[in-house]
Design a protein around this ligand. Sequence first.
Ligand SMILES: [Mg+2]
Length: 337
Amino acid sequence: MKIGEIGEFGLLDKLGLYKRQFANGWIGPGDDCAVIPFCNSNLSISTDLLVEDVHFRRSTASALDIGYKALAVNLSDLASMGARPLGFVMGAAFPRDLEVGWVSEMLEGLDQCGEEFGCPLVGGDTSRSDKITLSITVFGESGGKREGWNPVMRSGANPGDVVMLTGFTGESGAGLAALEKGANKSGDSTCATLLLRHLRPTPRIIFGVALAQSELATSMIDLSDGMILDATHIANRSGVGIVLDSERVSLSEALRAGCEGLGLNPLELALTGGEDYELLFTVHPGAVERVIALGERHELRVTAIGEVKNGSEVEVTGAGAKYIKNSKGYDHFKGGG
Ligand SMILES: [Mg+2]
């Protein structure tokens, strides 16, 4: 059996990593971060591997943006469990003929993101490879005995809970489509907004931590694979069904305008486009208003878009129902890239 036949999720399943048992308070593979209880707090750890021509192309993204995004997507995993960033380490492999200037620009992008979110580079290692390969591991801190709250996991959703979402989705997918059609940041303002959302995603650290501290969320995930597919991760880990009401998924002005120019459907992108790095989470119905108010305090739009049911599937109602078949997401081993 070849990896390409079973894909990324099939491989992880086959290896049995999700079934490993850990001591009380530890969180192992299968969530957005690993958690190790440490000194009355929780050390949260997340790692991500970015490979040239699989995750990014030098022809469509600057070294500055590649560096910024490499850290931002890791920070998003911390956000989804309510962890405050502490610092990160990076392993990087480069081709021998790569310009030194490219590497220093990439480092500048990493530093920009690190300064913005309080997460400095504290170590790493380098080697040689045919393609640029960047592996970032971020460390964060979340609750624990000292603060009296726990990291929010994917597995806590209960039937009857309301599904909520930060911000707007689909913009990153539209930005990627625009990039592939040759757009650049000096284009019109709609185009620039969409490109920025794709090239420089904003991890929802401040809201994610505030939400975890409030103890109002029962489960949470950050959106990297597309809303429908990421909702299935919550459904699977929580042992529940999820109904997403596509009529309640807001489409931003930039997404609508951009999709018109690109000949794409904005609702399809909002439901299935990847790399939005918004937070999808579940709350008890009685907490919805408080969570919306919490979002307002952090100048972040938060909307209720569905509910948790008994069952095991993700369902989409309304005009977006037909896009569920497109929601398999990107698989690194099955994809051709
Ligand atoms: Mg994640």
